[in-house]
Every structure is written in C-alpha cells, then in structure tokens.
Design a protein around this ligand. Structure first.
Ligand SMILES: *[C@@H]1O[C@H](CO)[C@@H](O)[C@H](O)[C@H]1NC(C)=O
Ligand SMILES: *[C@@H]1O[C@H](CO)[C@@H](O)[C@H](O)[C@H]1NC(C)=O
Length: 280
C-alpha cells in the first residue's frame, strides 16, 4: 500500500502539513480555569502569529488560514488618519511559531507581507466588518508549531456560555509577563449584554465575549487576535476576531469580536480569488 501511494506521489500529500486537520495543536493548550490571564504553553496556539509593523512595533496578532493567508482585523491597516495606501506594508512582518518576543524562539520564523485585502465594507468609524486578510510573500512553513485554524462556516454557531480563549501578546492578559504569548479564557455572552454596554454593537456580525464585572479583558495590542473555541470534534475554530471593547484598565466591559462564521463566505472567496484557496 505504501509503495502504491509513493508511486502516485500521494506520500508527499500525506506527509505535508495539509494532511493534519485544521485546528489541531501538537501541544495542548491550558484549559483549566484561571483567574486573570496566564502565559500560554509555548506553541499551543500554533495558528497565532505576531504582526510587527514597519517600525518594529507590535501591531497585534493574526491567524493562519493556510500557507499564504492570515486573517486579522482591518483596523491594523486603516483607521482615522491612516489608510492602507499609506502603510508601507512590504516592511511589515509576521512571526509564526513565536512565543517570546524578546528572544529568538527555536520555532519562530518571520515572513513578509505581499498584500492586505480589507473587507470591502469595512467602516473604521463603526468598526463594522473589521476583518482583513494578509497574504504573505513567502510560503509559511507548517509544522508542529505552525498550523492552520478551522474556519467556521455560517451555520457553525457559537453557544452562549461556552468558554473560548484569546491568545495575544497584549498587555492584557496580565500574566505579569508581556513578552510572551498570554491567553485569557472568555465566556461567550448574550448579545444584549454587549448592546447594554455598547449601543453600536452589531449582533448580526459581532460576538460578545468576556466579563461584565470581571478581571479579564483584552488590550490594544490584542486587536486582531482570534477568539478560539474548541468544537465537539476536538478541533479549534476561529469564532471571533478581537475588534473593540478591550479596556484592560477597567475590566468592567465585555469585548466585541467580529463573528467569523458570518464572514466565512467572504474569506473563502477572497482566498480563492487570491489563488490560495482554503483547504481545511
Ligand atoms: C460608517 O459608520 C458611521 C458611524 O456609524 C456612519 O455614520 C457612516 O455613515 C458609515 N459609513 C458608511 C460608508 O457606511
Ligand atoms: C455586573 O454588574 C452590574 C451592575 O452592578 C449588575 O447589574 C450585573 O448583574 C453584573 N453582572 C454579572 C454577570 O455579575
């Protein structure tokens, strides 16, 4: 059987990372309940990359969809006073396999960005459709420390009360060490809680998650980070993208995330049009 596979060149396919199902880490993330944020187990969120701008500052995080495509928030690239046309994107980098930003981790590797595709209906005032795809210049190497996430389709709904996780390099997560990838566990909340706190909350395309009176939240550096939820099949899905509401100083307001399931058709079509189709 093996020789048959070899003769048809299928072994390459089987041994490639593409054969590993999306959203399956080789290092299991910490999922015990912890008060406040905690440092993540290194490479337990292998879909999450660090985005660094042309001046070397952390812009936030993005999430790996395939060897050439990352999903993140549009506000990294366009907002009040700055536009994608002014951003010198070719000097930005994304670091995959990253854990500690101050040292060269054994598994980290950086890639350049060739282009960014903002959602055509992104509105930086309302932060409606705050989603963008990053196309890398080089092919990202997928391995035990760098993998792609599962994309939820539009019928893949989240459950209120479900605990999901936000990994990020933001000061948020206040594990006390802002140089490493931290994580915070955030329950999905009902839309009306976010509507109460944020009158411009958009229930059709946004997810409310976090705590109303809690001690955990995300910070500015976590914008674009994924809200990752484990499905019954054991795979991790990107259910949300951190967009607004993160106020790590106050901790008394829930966070607002783009509901990725409502954008999966756009993500898939845009990936296909870019010649890097999604292949879970
Ligand atoms: C963007 O959002 C703002 C605030 O909600 C709104 O006033 C404006 O009309 C929106 N722009 C577009 C092009 O929809
Ligand atoms: C949060 O605090 C508000 C105001 O004190 C209260 O009405 C609400 O029930 C609290 N929510 C939770 C989840 O404890």
């Amino acid at each position: 059987m093996l020789s048959l596979l070899v003769s048809f060149g299928i072994v390459t396919l089987v041994s490639a990372q593409g054969a590993i199902p999306c959203g399956t880490p080789s290092v299991q993330p910490i999922t015990t309940r912890i008060v406040g944020g905690v440092e993540s187990a290194p490479n337990s969120w292998p879909y999450v990359v660090l985005v660094v701008d042309d001046l070397g500052y952390i812009a936030g995080s993005a999430t790996i969809m395939n060897e050439h495509v990352l999903v993140t928030s549009a506000q990294h690239f366009e907002g009040p006073g700055y536009s994608i046309f002014d951003v010198d994107i070719t000097h930005w980098r994304v670091y995959a396999g990253e854990h500690n930003i101050r040292i060269k981790d054994p598994n980290e590797h950086y890639y350049h960005i060739s282009r960014v595709i903002l959602h055509p209906a992104y509105n930086y005032t309302s932060l409606e459709n705050d989603i963008a795809l990053i196309i890398t210049k080089e092919t990202m190497e997928l391995n035990d420390h760098v993998r792609f996430v599962c994309l939820p389709d539009s019928s893949h709904q989240y459950t209120v009360g479900q605990t999901c996780y936000l990994p990020g390099w933001g000061s948020t997560v206040a594990s006390g060490n802002e140089e490493v990838l931290n994580q915070v566990d955030l329950p999905i909340l009902s839309d009306d809680i976010c509507q109460r706190h944020w009158p411009d909350f958009l229930p059709a395309t946004e997810v409310c998650a976090g705590y109303e009176n809690g001690t955990k939240d995300f910070c500015a550096d976590d914008i674009g980070s994924p809200l990752l939820c484990k499905d019954q099949n054991g795979q991790w899905y990107i259910q949300g993208i951190a967009s607004s509401g993160g106020n790590c100083k106050l901790h008394d307001e829930p966070g607002v995330f783009e509901d990725v399931s409502q954008y999966s058709d756009w993500v898939k079509k845009t990936m296909k049009d870019a010649n890097y189709p999604y292949h879970p």
